[in-house]
Write a protein that binds this ligand. Structure first.
Ligand SMILES: [Zn+2]
Length: 262
């Protein structure tokens, strides 16, 4: 599932293709917006906030969310699309290029002045210009009993982290993912680690996971085989894909369970 770094890089790609250009084509393949026509409007900016993406014109903001499988690709006009046409949800074209959003989880057209309603409830954006670590710590501390592995996923605390980076951040800080937020030794350092990891992933891709997806592989610090566990949700044992994707990966030795010592 795409996380904040992917959305950030998608915004950069769309910005390079569309910003400053006049739209020659707009095609919304979702019933609610099928009649929206943005032809003649200039794209003023493309922005992201956490996992949310915004293509802005002077009057509207086209809000999309990649959810599980979503992806934006940019093609030269006339170039064959590299994903099935039937999965296209939106096409925004200029004289030269077509930006196509495939399999998007959310597509909505907001009045420009309403864009903030999407992000008002979110915590600070790890990759945004107004990243505020103190505010992220303050928000995390509202629910001190919540396991840190779940609190990091909650976009109302800080925006941009998904399953991959919550495992990575907990691993790097040697914090067991089930540790209650209130018992994390240095929450500020953990928040700074999250910022460092997402920033590196966004600006120097690809991020090579240290823990995520590494079940039974040796910990790079202590060689103990890493393990995967689910936190706060039940997934059938036989649903191995869900366990693999939604599980949190950690070293049982470097990241001792809360209430125990090494
Ligand atoms: Zn270890």
């Amino acid at each position: 599932m795409p996380e904040g770094d992917t959305v950030f890089r998608t915004a950069a790609k769309l910005r390079a293709a569309l910003a400053g250009e006049e739209l020659a084509r707009s095609d919304f393949r979702v019933p609610r917006y099928a009649t929206v026509d943005l032809r003649g409007q200039q794209v003023t900016e493309v922005g992201s906030y956490g996992k949310h993406l915004f293509v802005r014109t002077p009057t509207v903001s086209v809000h999309t969310h990649l959810k599980m499988e979503g992806e934006w690709r940019v093609f030269r006009c006339g170039q064959r699309w590299t994903k099935p046409r039937v999965s296209a949800r939106i096409v925004l074209g200029t004289e030269d290029v077509e930006a196509v959003g495939f399999s998007l989880g959310t597509v909505e057209v907001l009045r420009a002045e309403d864009e903030h309603t999407v992000t008002d409830h979110l915590g600070p954006d790890l990759l945004g210009p107004n990243w505020d670590p103190e505010e992220a710590v303050r928000r995390l501390r509202r629910y001190t009993d919540q396991p840190i592995g779940l609190a990091l996923l909650d976009q109302r605390n800080l925006a941009g982290i998904g399953n991959i980076y919550r495992s990575e951040v907990c691993y790097l800080r040697r914090v067991h993912p089930a540790t209650p937020v209130g018992a994390v030794g240095d929450l500020t350092a953990l928040v700074h680690e999250a910022h460092r990891v997402l920033t590196k992933a966004a600006h120097e891709p690809p991020w090579r996971p240290l823990a995520y997806g590494k079940t039974r592989r040796p910990c790079q610090r202590c060689a103990t085989p890493l393990v995967v566990a689910l936190l706060g949700e039940s997934v059938p044992d036989r649903d191995r894909t869900a366990r693999r994707e939604r599980g949190i990966y950690f070293c049982p030795r470097c990241q001792p369970a809360p209430g125990t010592s090494e």
